[in-house]
Design a protein around this ligand. Structure first.
Ligand code: NAI
Length: 675
């Protein structure tokens, strides 16, 4: 049976996949049908409709090329009717048509850079012809989807209508109503390509945004080549750029991250079954986290009750939420109607009886075990029998919280990251008694909320914060030995993190960091560096005080000789002879402990696999995705190096810093050896 249908519609030949085409299997049939349409006396134009989606498998390149060529052959014009969201080879096929016509729900996208690639050369060329250099660079280097209106404004779509097909038929009958196709666009609509200085400026802008990721810069190189070199030379250059991305490490790293995000949904040994439906939710505490968590539910279409201790506290929290939505609308990232609908879904309350209908209740009150236990004891009395009782604690023992209820099997950790409506990571934490059904439900909930979801065991700091501790401590030890805050942050930001560890401390507040530190006890063979304490004593609380590891002019951080003097005095007291420390040593000493701690978590079963550790770091802590996460990066750069650093640091800082057995075994094998 043929995979394509062919019909005449009042003088227009319409070619359409027989079924919704999410595969490219019909491609080999296309040239013959286009030829038939070209020979059809009664047809004045050809419409290719019903091609959409990202195809499940890559089409055979030769088949795709032949199909595109058939659409471009001289003769009657071929129109592509764009339906839904189109990207990749499906987009290539549509852009090969003389005109592209869209319905209101259509979107054209260039997501390739998100997996470390650039779009196929033919797509870049077509986009450039239609949109000009500036728009092409912006859309392709950002991995953007353009909605129908924007695509039409940019010249990627030639016309819009009720549906792509209807609009294409109307356009085919009266093409003079529109423009004359991409060649015409290039002449009239697209802005002239930038000059050399313009390209340099664009590169600078993109480089600052992507921090070391190569594909977005390759997009610029490709556009510049196509705009300035003779065609054959330009095409060779673009093909080389395309191949380099495809074979490059960044593509592999990003593929690893995507695969790890999928794999994290599988929980070995978990009894199979259905998740519980989450129709309504409640959040307790409308502070920094509670407000963001409530927004996450509301944005996903789930009505949510937000509980506070008083009307006043509630109003403060609701004002923050309203402000967040207003800011999103002003930025243009959220349509006003969607913001209003989401806000409508958040209902404030001050009495616990308002929680009785919720399928899940997420507690986000102060980080204090006694306060939380009291809240959970009250929840136990009012919550529906099936309700999931979740805590957003970042450090406390889930089992101790669960023990204040009569239903510990329904208690679980749902650790969101700040700001909770923006950050992608959800670290679910399994308590000793948490039921399989509750775990399945919170894993599914992560998907519903659009989060990257990981399951962690109940241990101090779970996955992310436990690893972070070593990284943070080592930054201070490096200061004692001779590094400066600027050097440390420069090295980490140069690696691709959005912010270095000391800039992050200043942002979070050094008093907050010190408070957390004071609530902990170190093993007897370890010590804290006194640097943090001295900063706090000197009133250097961080950005909010205008000074911390840096001094601040607005948000601009500047090195401060006072901090340098303070650090040097610490070195003297500790009788450490300061020395210049190479950037490479700084990088190893900060990242290797992170990797070692990750391996230790897998060894202990707190993390299920090294891939989970990677996605926690990429989505919650700013580790550059294009490096694949700490565990992937370490495997590529040599696990034996991580072992060596851990051995050195164990001698200096204590046994806990020594290489974990899991790491040592993996290093001997030359890789993590996980499926
Ligand atoms: P916050 O201090 O901004 O907000 C806490 C809110 O809870 C306040 O509005 C307070 O009025 C309310 N509250 C206190 N007791 C209550 C009770 N009995 N009933 C109802 N409301 C009550 O605190 P934040 O930062 O939002 O933290 C909340 C929880 O989230 C803590 O467990 C914290 O460790 C955790 N967390 C915080 C992160 C952050 O970056 N701030 C990140 C991840 C987790």
């Amino acid at each position: 049976m043929s995979l394509l249908t062919y019909r005449l519609d009042d003088g227009i030949a319409v070619i359409q996949p027989a079924q919704a085409a999410s595969s490219a299997d019909f491609l080999p049939e296309l040239p013959a049908l286009v030829q038939r349409a070209q020979g059809e006396a009664a047809a004045q134009a050809v419409v290719l409709a019903g091609v959409f989606g990202a195809w499940a498998a890559e089409p055979e390149p030769a088949a795709l090329q032949r199909a595109c060529e058939s659409l471009q052959a001289p003769g009657k014009p071929v129109l592509g009717a764009v339906e839904g969201a189109v990207s990749g080879p499906a987009l290539q096929l549509l852009l090969a048509c003389r005109w592209c016509i869209g319905g209101p729900g259509s979107a054209l996208g260039f997501p390739e850079v998100k997996s470390g690639l650039i779009p196929a050369p033919a797509v870049i060329e077509a986009a450039l012809k239609r949109m000009g250099a500036q728009e092409t660079i912006e859309a392709l280097s950002g991995g953007n989807f353009l909605d129908a209106a924007r695509a039409a404004r940019a010249g990627l779509l030639d016309a819009l209508g009720e549906t792509g097909l209807e609009a294409a038929l109307a356009f085919a009958r009266n093409p003079e109503d529109g423009d004359q196709g991409p060649e015409d666009d290039a002449a009239t609509r697209a802005a002239p390509p930038p000059d050399a200085a313009g390209y340099a400026a664009l590169r600078g802008k993109v480089r600052a945004r992507v921090r070391g990721q190569l594909a977005p810069l390759s997009v610029i190189d490709a556009v510049e080549a196509l705009s300035s070199l003779p065609p054959a030379q330009a095409r060779a250059r673009v093909a080389a750029l395309y191949a380099a991305c495809r074979e490059g490490e960044q593509h592999q790293a990003l593929r690893h991250v995507a695969a790890a995000q999928r794999a994290a949904q599988t929980i070995p040994g978990l009894a199979p079954g259905e998740p519980l439906p989450i129709r309504t939710a409640a959040v307790i505490g409308a502070g920094t986290m509670g407000g963001g968590i409530a927004m996450s539910f509301a944005n996903a279409g789930i009505p949510v009750t937000l509980l506070e201790v008083s009307g006043e506290a509630l109003e403060r929290g609701m004002a923050l939420i309203r402000g967040n939505y207003e800011a999103s609308v002003q930025r243009g990232s959220l349509a006003p109607a969607r913001a209003a609908a989401a806000l409508q879904r958040i209902r404030g309350a001050t009495g616990y009886e308002a929680l009785s209908a919720a399928d899940i209740i997420v507690e986000a009150v102060f980080e204090d075990l006694e306060v939380k236990r009291e809240v959970f004891a009250r929840l136990d009395r009012v919550a529906a029998p099936q309700a999931i009782l979740a805590t957003n604690t970042s450090t406390l023992d889930i089992d101790a919280i669960a023990a204040s209820t009569s239903r510990p099997q329904q208690v679980v950790g749902t650790h969101f990251f700040s700001p909770a409506h923006v950050m992608k990571l959800l670290e679910n934490v399994r308590g000793r008694a948490t039921s399989a059904q509750v775990i399945r439900t919170v894993m599914q909930l992560g998907q519903t909320l659009g989060k990257v979801t990981v399951l962690a065991g109940n241990a101090d700091g779970f996955i992310g914060n436990r690893m972070l501790m070593f990284y943070g401590l080592e930054a201070e030890f490096l200061l004692e030995e001779g590094a400066t805050p600027e050097q440390i942050d420069r090295v980490i930001e140069g690696f691709g993190f959005a912010m270095g560890p000391l800039a992050v401390r200043d942002l979070a507040g050094n008093d907050v960091g010190l408070l957390i530190r004071r609530s902990r006890t170190l093993p007897p063979d370890e010590r804290w560096s006194p640097v943090l304490e001295r900063l706090v004593a000197a009133g250097r609380l961080g950005q909010k005080a205008g000074k911390g590891f840096y001094r601040y002019e607005g948000r601009t951080r500047l090195p401060d000789p006072e901090v340098q003097a303070l650090i040097e005095s610490v070195s003297r007291e500790l009788r450490i002879v300061r020395r210049p420390i190479a950037d490479a040593e700084i990088l190893d000493r900060l990242l290797h402990p992170l990797v070692n701690a990750g391996a230790q978590l897998v060894e202990e079963g707190i993390a299920l696999r090294t891939g989970d550790v990677d996605i926690v770091y990429v989505n919650g802590y700013g580790f550059p995705a294009w490096r694949g996460g700490p565990m992937f990066w370490a495997e590529r750069s040599g696990l034996e190096r991580v072992v060596a650093t851990a051995q050195t640091l164990a001698r200096r800082h204590g046994a806990r810093w020594g290489p974990s057995a899991y790491l040592v075994r993996a290093a001997a094998r030359g890789g993590w050896g996980e499926a």
